[in-house]
Write a protein that binds this ligand. Structure first.
Ligand SMILES: [Zn+2]
Length: 136
């Protein structure tokens, strides 16, 4: 979470909303990202997506298996979908985002048969058994 917070501070220094993310595999950091919407003028440049792109380049495949994504703020629906599509099995988020929870509480992933189990677990976790982990 410390590295994710460093990324969040860098995002703020660049004029973006302070959100940071890292993707770790064991002791290795495969991807780092910070919110870059303002800097890149890209509405999809959320910290999680930036980190996922870097991690996918690291291994040369789009599946980011056996990793943990650590992000400072609860993911939005776009990032939750990207996390599911990348096959990230574990998500740790720092603080809750009431907007994301409100949206994900009605997330279409929760009832979709085409989405992976992680997506269903993630979306259902907001009002049932949480599968999202908070750091101590
Ligand atoms: Zn997002």
């Amino acid at each position: 979470m410390g590295l994710a917070l460093e990324e969040a501070r860098a995002a703020a220094a660049g004029g973006d909303v302070p959100v940071g993310a890292v993707i770790v595999h064991g002791d290795s950091v495969l991807g780092r990202g910070r919110n870059r919407r303002e800097v890149d003028r890209d509405p999809t440049a959320h910290a999680e997506v930036v980190a996922l792109r870097e991690a996918a380049r690291h291994d040369g495949i789009w599946r980011v298996l056996d990793c943990t994504l650590v992000v400072t703020l609860e993911p939005c629906p776009m990032c939750a979908g990207a996390i599911v599509n990348a096959r990230i099995p574990r998500l740790v988020h720092g603080c809750d985002d009431p907007k994301a929870t409100a949206v994900l509480g009605r997330c279409p992933l929760r009832s979709s048969e085409s989405c992976g189990q992680m997506g269903r677990n993630y979306c259902n976790g907001h009002d049932q058994q949480p599968t999202v982990h908070h750091p101590d």
